[in-house]
Ligand binder design. Structure first.
Ligand code: BGC
Length: 791
């Protein structure tokens, strides 16, 4: 008998149930008497957020760590090798901190630029997300640290994220929302997968058998751990039956007792529980074994990797008259508060306490940039401060060029809160426009998601730095001076207006049922099919040099089932400086379908030519329709962006099929009948407010007088107890309170609130004031201390 089976045979039912939830907010449950170790997990994904307080699942302060650029940024590098090295550096730091599992990468699709958490995700495209995510996982795991890919699946907005139901048709689900996970999981084999907060087609993701036991484990062969997102458990027995192994964080004894009761009653299969326990045990022993693996950690080297990642990911979007790189000796007016208070990461569970945070004010002089600085705007406000604007214009008057830091202030993009518009603050737009009236302006744009740019016409150059991590300032200096040639390309489309986005009318109009009516038409797939003008297309980015493409060769021009196809082409640097080019391969089928299928980045000296080659599989030419089906004749496109196609070749697929047509709505009014005809059964959930249940949110409580009082008390209580020196984290937790269902308040309360107490509160809210009060008081007296290790 092996070690796992041996331990399993000795575990009591209670111990088995115990193992299926955490010890606290960040550790697994150890059983010392049987030699079961504990494993420590922390966020993720672009650095370590190891909280000092292990008991708290709130966004508390954390140990200093290298803050690499978040995924929205590194995705623009289109550089798999870079992502591996970022992962490796992150993994080495995790090892140094005794962390066994990094909660990342997050590879959810950017369905709309409004999602508050887009900065944590790679792309609107599943191939780019999946392949870059896979490299990051491989890098992390090369150090003996596990990676946990998240949030599985169709978790694409933050608004009421714990009670919302993503309604996604089969084709969009497999091709868009699952494909990135599938690629990353199959190629990089992460230790763990985190199930998402939301429901998918009527079931919570962590309880959906079809998703976890079926697609993830059976179809894709994943044999690692499935862990809940923090506080995502609703019906724990259903989760165990579906194969969701580990509930995090520890939510009190109730779920343990429920598991035991259900097994005893026979409503939960003992074998399903054993399977979860086996996977938890395999996971903790794997983590333990890796602890002896040698690793090297060098904080300075990691800072340099963070800088390289920022520099390789910045996207040059406009550069008239070759204003950039700046000529040596240029007198610069450096404007914008981000020069002294950089925007370098987003807020929420991914927020790193950076080891070495740079500012432009300190770094630019080291790179020979001579400037006079003026703040220009107050980044905590939207309105123009006339005195700041006047001073900025005065400083600009004395300079040759104005370099303006602008973009999304920290409170514009956060986990838990979606944006309602995609503009930069009015004070920044005004600064850009007024300064540009008299001087050439370079905008250094910061932020983790697309913005509308009505001011674009007046600026000479625009370098999008996204969120550059802790070394963003030196990276920007390298790019401005030409020490590094920009080579980033957009991993998402920049629409002209928010209203152009395909999900515009179906993103946040309903708290509970979110209809993904645009189906597969996400990002460039939509804009290209609809032939719509965009501000900047997917895959777009300029360089200080130019590249030409030639010699497209295909190993075959006819493809049959089971066959693959090799293709190669050459890229030449036709300019005067060295640079890197991210080349993209798409497959086009008819006028309405085009998808990325491969990409590669190549570094070239002036005049140098290199060949790139790829192997495309049958899957690359397939669509999902009750299974993957080969499509009929299509065209392979090679380009510098999705809208800058340089080479083409036809592929004939004689036994392929034409994918079923889905009507395009170019005005955003996707048809309900056409959408629901894609489903056998309409997977909407019905939600009745009364009586209030454990899944009601505090906002729902507002519909009853007594509920409003409870909401008020909860807010008061939260303000008192959610204290943290992480200011934005605290603000997020307070705002989320309104949208969190009651059960989540229990699981994130760290034992302060138990399910029994919560039920007492629900009785009160439902009008049974006295019984509820009694139940609440009795339950709070019975509250037990948390589990301890030696149990
Ligand atoms: C986030 C996860 C994160 C977890 C732990 C959740 O709110 O959705 O991405 O890993 O918290 O902090």
């Amino acid at each position: 008998m092996n070690q796992i089976e041996d331990i399993l045979s000795q575990l009591t039912l209670e111990q088995k149930a115990d193992l299926c939830s955490g010890l606290n907010a960040w550790n697994t449950f150890p059983i010392a008497s049987l030699g079961v170790p504990e494993a420590l997990m922390t966020d993720g994904p672009h650095g370590l957020r190891k909280q000092y307080d292990k008991e708290s699942a709130m966004l508390e302060s954390s140990v200093p760590a290298t803050c690499f650029p978040p995924a929205a940024t590194t995705a623009c590098s289109w550089d798999k090798d870079l992502l591996y090295r970022v992962g490796e550096a992150l993994g080495s730091e995790a090892r140094d901190q005794g962390v066994s599992l990094v909660l990342g990468p997050g590879i959810n699709i950017k369905r709309s630029p409004l999602c508050g958490r887009n900065f944590e995700y790679f792309s609107e495209d599943p191939i780019l997300s999946g392949d870059l995510g896979a490299q990051m996982i491989k890098g992390i795991q090369s150090t003996g640290t596990g990676a946990c890919i998240k949030h599985f699946a169709a978790n694409n907005r933050e608004y009421f994220r714990m009670v919302s139901n993503s309604i996604v048709d089969e084709r969009a689900l497999h091709e868009i929302y699952l494909q990135g996970f599938e690629r990353a999981i199959k190629t990089a084999r992460p230790y763990a997968v985190m199930s998402a907060y939301n429901m998918l087609n009527g079931d919570y993701c962590g309880e959906k058998k079809e998703l976890i036991a079926g697609i993830l484990r059976e179809d894709w062969g994943f044999d690692g751990l499935v862990v809940s997102d923090w506080g995502a458990c609703y019906n724990r027995e259903k989760g165990i039956a579906a194969g969701m192994d580990l509930e995090m964080p520890y939510s009190g004894e109730e779920n343990t007792e429920r598991i035991m009761r259900s097994v005893a009653k026979g409503t939960l299969d003992q074998q399903a529980l054993d399977a979860c326990v086996r996977r938890v045990l395999s996971f903790v022993f794997r983590c333990e074994a890796e602890k002896s693996k040698p690793y090297t950690y060098d904080a300075q080297k990691n800072h340099e990797i963070a800088r390289e990642a920022a520099a390789s990911s910045a996207v040059l979007l406009k550069n008239e008259n070759g204003l950039l790189p700046l000529k040596p000796g240029t007198k610069v007016a450096l404007l914008g508060e981000f020069a002294e208070k950089p925007r370098y990461q987003g807020a929420g569970s991914s927020m790193i306490n950076p080891l070495q945070l740079e500012t432009a004010l300190e770094e630019f002089p080291k790179y020979g940039i001579h400037f006079i600085y003026s703040k220009g705007y107050d980044s905590t406000k939207d309105e123009t401060d006339e005195s700041l604007l006047t001073d900025a214009k005065r400083v600009a008057d004395e300079a040759d060029v104005a370099v303006i830091f602008a973009g999304l202030p920290a409170h514009y993009e956060m986990e838990g809160i979606d944006r309602t518009h995609i503009c930069i603050p009015q004070n920044q737009a005004e600064l850009i426009e007024q300064v540009a009236a008299t001087k050439p302006v370079v905008v250094l744009l910061c932020g983790g998601a697309p913005v509308e740019m009505p001011w674009i016409g007046c600026v000479t150059s625009l370098l999008h730095c996204y969120l550059g991590g802790e070394a963003s300032a030196s990276a920007a200096a390298q790019l401005l001076t030409g020490a590094v040639n920009p080579s980033g390309k957009l991993a998402e489309t920049y629409p002209i207006h928010l209203s152009d986005t395909p999900s515009y009318r179906f993103f946040s109009d309903d708290r509970h049922n979110v209809e993904y009516r645009e189906s597969i038409y996400v990002g460039y797939r939509y804009y290209d099919a609809a032939k719509m003008d965009v501000l900047f297309p997917f895959g777009y980015g300029l360089s200080y040099t130019t590249f030409s493409y030639s010699d497209l060769r295909l190993s075959r021009d006819t493809l049959l089932a089971g066959q693959s196809l090799s293709l190669s082409f050459t890229v030449t640097n036709t300019g005067k400086v060295a640079g890197a080019e991210a080349a993209q391969v798409y497959i086009e089928h008819g006028p309405a379908e085009k998808h990325l299928c491969a990409f590669g980045k190549v570094f070239l000296q002036p005049g140098e030519t290199k060949e790139l080659s790829f192997t495309l599989s049958e899957r690359d030419f397939s669509f999902y329709h009750g299974g993957w089906k080969l499509m009929d004749d299509c065209t392979v496109l090679v380009g510098a962006s999705s809208r800058d196609i340089r080479l083409k070749a036809m592929v004939s697929i004689p036994r392929g099929m034409t994918p079923p047509k889905y009507p395009l709505a170019t005005d955003g009014h996707w048809d309900a009948v056409a959408f629901y005809s894609l489903f056998d059964k309409i997977p909407q959930i019905s939600f009745s407010k009364h009586p209030f249940t454990i899944n009601a949110t505090l906002t729902d409580f507002d519909s009853a007088a007594i509920g409003r009082q409870i909401h008020r008390v909860a807010k008061w209580f939260a303000k008192k107890y959610i204290v943290s020196d992480n200011y934005l984290g605290q603000q997020i937790m307070l705002q989320l309170l309104d949208q969190n269902p009651f059960r989540v308040l229990v699981s994130l309360s760290g034992g302060l609130l138990t399910y029994c107490m919560a039920r007492g509160v629900l009785m009160i809210a439902n009008g049974q004031v006295l019984i509820g009060l009694l139940a609440f008081i009795t339950a709070s007296r019975k509250r037990r201390k948390r589990k301890i290790k030696s149990k």
